[in-house]
Design a protein around this ligand. Structure first.
Ligand code: CP
Length: 316
């Protein structure tokens, strides 16, 4: 079993039910991980993913190894055919089977480079781990998706919702640097797989890839999109379309989520995957308000990771 997208988790209601059972008794499956080793490999920085996934693995009785590729390990070349006369001294094609020989399950974080859309959307790095490791592989955020985050988001919405079909609004918000589309892509993919009323709002030019936006309603008017919302999910992303791929087109702070915008909603909960830049994405008062659920959302990262790891261990 690999876990790279919503398609790898089966029916969502069963996955959430299992996650909530695990949350209620998180040490019940400690025997599953005995003498099993998880390797977590980071090409990019992390706080939540690193700690929550390690905690999830420890709850399951696993041994855990963490490698930061760009800090202390040999720099890895990821493209085949490159003349390796630069700063990269080892190729992924040797490194993958070597690392796989030391572990039973591999987690990989490898963000989009945002320079070459084709390379990013082909998932050139994590797909090589799937192909060459001979081990179950899970995404700890790849170029186009962040499924452990989206699963934690879904668990959180299920815990906090007060109606069967809540209105969920994914809103773009400003940020000074170009960020990948992985979190919004993934969130859209997971929300489209539920029966929720799902709306995406962003300035023109920030359209997500059609395979991720799916049938979600897109509204370029943020205020109108917020009307009647039960959950506001804020995130910045860079442009996807055409020659603007990977670029910042706007840092318009009229898109920052503030209390006036939240007042348009149906007393919505505020969500963000974190880390978040305050007073760019969201104002202090909104993120500190009683309706902000960013901390329980982050805490559920342990639960989403543990549910996925449990299933992987059961399928070894
Ligand atoms: N949300 C999330 O993935 O956080 P980190 O980048 O800190 O892991």
């Amino acid at each position: 079993m690999n876990f790279l997208s919503v398609n790898d988790i089966g029916p969502l209601d069963a996955a959430v039910k299992e996650a909530l059972e695990i949350k209620a008794n998180r040490f019940a499956f400690k025997h599953l991980g005995e003498n099993k080793t998880l390797l977590m490999l980071f090409f990019n920085s992390s706080l939540r993913t690193r700690l929550s996934t390690q905690k999830a693995a420890m709850n399951l009785g696993m041994n855990v190894m963490v490698l930061d590729v760009n800090q202390g390990a040999w720099k890895l070349e990821t493209e085949r055919g490159v003349v390796m006369d630069g700063d990269k001294v080892e190729h992924l094609l040797e490194a993958i089977p070597v690392m796989a020989s030391y572990c039973d399950i591999i987690g990989v974080r490898a963000f989009a480079g945002l320079k070459d859309k084709k390379e990013d959307y082909e998932e050139r790095v994590i797909s090589q781990f799937v192909k060459y490791s001979g081990r179950p592989v899970f995404s700890m955020e790849a170029a186009t998706r962040h499924p452990l985050q989206s699963f934690a988001d879904l668990i959180t919405i299920e815990e906090f919702k007060t109606k069967p079909r809540p209105k969920i609004v994914l809103t773009w918000a400003p940020h000074p640097r170009a960020l990948p589309q992985a979190v919004p892509n993934s969130f859209a993919e997971w929300m489209n797989a539920t029966g929720y009323d799902f709306v995406i709002t962003h300035p023109e030019g920030y359209e997500l890839a059609p395979e991720f936006a799916g049938n979600a309603r897109v509204d370029y008017d943020q205020a109108r999109a917020f009307e009647g919302a039960d959950f506001i999910y804020a995130k910045n992303w860079s442009a996807y379309s055409g020659p603007n791929y990977g670029r910042v087109l706007s840092t318009d702070r009229s898109w920052t989520v503030d209390s006036a915008k939240m007042a348009l909603t149906d007393n919505a909960f505020f969500m963000h995957c974190l880390p978040v830049r305050r007073n760019m994405i969201v104002t202090d008062d909104v993120i500190e308000s009683p309706r902000s659920i960013v901390i329980p959302e982050a805490a559920n990262r342990e639960i989403s990771a543990q549910t996925v790891l449990k299933r992987m261990l059961e399928s070894l």
